[in-house]
Each structure stands twice: as C-alpha cells, then as structure tokens.
Design a protein around this ligand. Structure first.
Ligand SMILES: [Fe+2]
Length: 236
C-alpha cells in the first residue's frame, strides 16, 4: 500500500471535483455536462477521478455473455467516451480501480510480468493526467482519496474507514453508496464521503449489477477542505 503525503500547492485549500466511477463505454451520456456544471458551481481548481475509468466487461472474471462486444470492440467504444472526458478535463489525478486494471490483473493471472504490459496513460491517450497505481491513497489538504476496493467495505464504507483511520476520506467503487457522514471525538471531526458513480444503469455492461436490490446513484463529489465535502446528485 502506497501512502503519499503531498504538500498543498498553495496555502489555501484546493477545491476538488471528484469524478466518480465512469466505467466507459457505460458512462452516462449526460455525465460530462453535469460534471462541468458542478465544477463551475463550486469553482473547483483541481480534479480527481476516483477510479474505474473503463469497465472491461469483455475480459472480466465473470461468465462470458456471447451477446457482448469483443475486447477490441469494447476498447473502441470505451475510447470514444474516454476522449470526451479527457477533452473536458485535461488535468486529472486518476486512481486506478479494479475494473480499469483488468488487463494487468488478467496478465498476472497467467504469469505475464507487469513491465510487459502497455502503459495505461499511453494506451488511453491521457496526456496531462497523473495516473496513480491501484490501492493508492492520494492525500490533498489532509483528505484521503482512494478508489475504495481496500480496507472496510459494506454499508457506509467511507464513514467506517474515516472512523478507523480518523481522517477525512473520499472513495468510490460502491456505485449504490453516496453522501457524506461526519464523525467526531473530543479532539476533532472527520468525514467519510462516497461519491456514487457516473454510469448509465441501462447499458449492457452494467448487467452484472442488475440482480442487486440497490441501484447506482449517479453524481459526483466536491471537497472544499478536510472539514467540508458535498455530494452532488445528478437528477435523471
Ligand atoms: Fe471499482
């Protein structure tokens, strides 16, 4: 696990727009325009993508659905959405998630060393983005940003992790969880924020989640400081 304490770029807190899991090619068609609206509303000056930029349904560890596109078809479909997102947000800190890391995970399963794999940033044409490895904790103004596929899970996962680490914390990964919950002791107060997701629930790549009672909550997060965060829902 890599923990990296980063100094603030300025003395003032940065205002961070948090893009939730997009799972391209299953990103919601209105998600980018929604994000731009929220970025402007809160005057954000930094952007973090919380992970799972792309879905990789065609190579995941679930049963194959013969009706779904091939890996090359899916790659081309996903690339169209990735290009649009990259154009809208040319400078982003990206936290690799379990889905976007599927090519490396599959390679590892069959014993192919990581250094033989094509670089993620180069593959998806993400010039200007900083790519952080899977399970990374990015710290901005004392707030932890992580994808969410480590440490405590289940209901209110971000809140439980914020309590366990007594640190304000933001995570994605769990598409049906969204919102900010605070915890305080006699010394200080911290929050845990889940940022929902940015997916189109009706896209065939999301079929794996259709059996669950809880449905995705589309939205994004904004972090003003280690004491103030907001979840913004996208009304469908
Ligand atoms: Fe994930």
């Amino acid at each position: 696990m890599t923990v990296q304490r980063q100094p603030s770029r300025t003395m003032k807190n940065q205002t961070v727009l948090v893009i939730a899991d997009t799972h391209c090619p299953a990103m919601h068609p209105d998600y980018i325009s929604f994000l731009k609206k929220i970025e402007k509303k809160h005057k954000c000056n930094r952007v973090v993508h919380i992970g799972d930029l792309v879905d990789w349904n065609s190579i995941n560890y679930h049963e194959r659905d013969p009706a779904m596109p091939s890996p090359m078809q899916e790659f081309e479909q996903a690339m169209k959405q990735v290009r649009k997102l990259h154009k809208a947000f040319p400078k982003v800190d990206y936290l690799k998630g379990n889905h976007s890391d599927l090519p490396s995970r599959k390679a590892k399963t069959i014993g192919i060393p990581e250094h033989l794999m094509r670089d993620f940033k180069e593959l998806w044409g993400l010039n200007g983005w900083t790519i952080h490895p899977r399970y990374h904790d990015l710290i901005i103004d004392g707030v932890v940003f992580r994808h969410g596929d480590k440490c405590k899970g289940g209901q209110q996962a971000a809140y439980k992790n914020a309590i366990a680490e007594f640190n304000s914390l933001v995570q994605g990964h769990l598409h049906a969880q969204a919102g900010v919950v605070y915890h305080a002791n006699q010394h200080d107060c911290v929050f845990g924020m889940q940022v929902g997701c940015g997916v189109n629930h009706d896209h065939p790549s999301m079929n794996y989640g259709r059996v669950y009672a809880s449905k995705p909550i589309v939205g994004c997060g904004v972090v003003h400081s280690s004491k103030l965060a907001v979840f913004e829902p996208m009304f469908l």
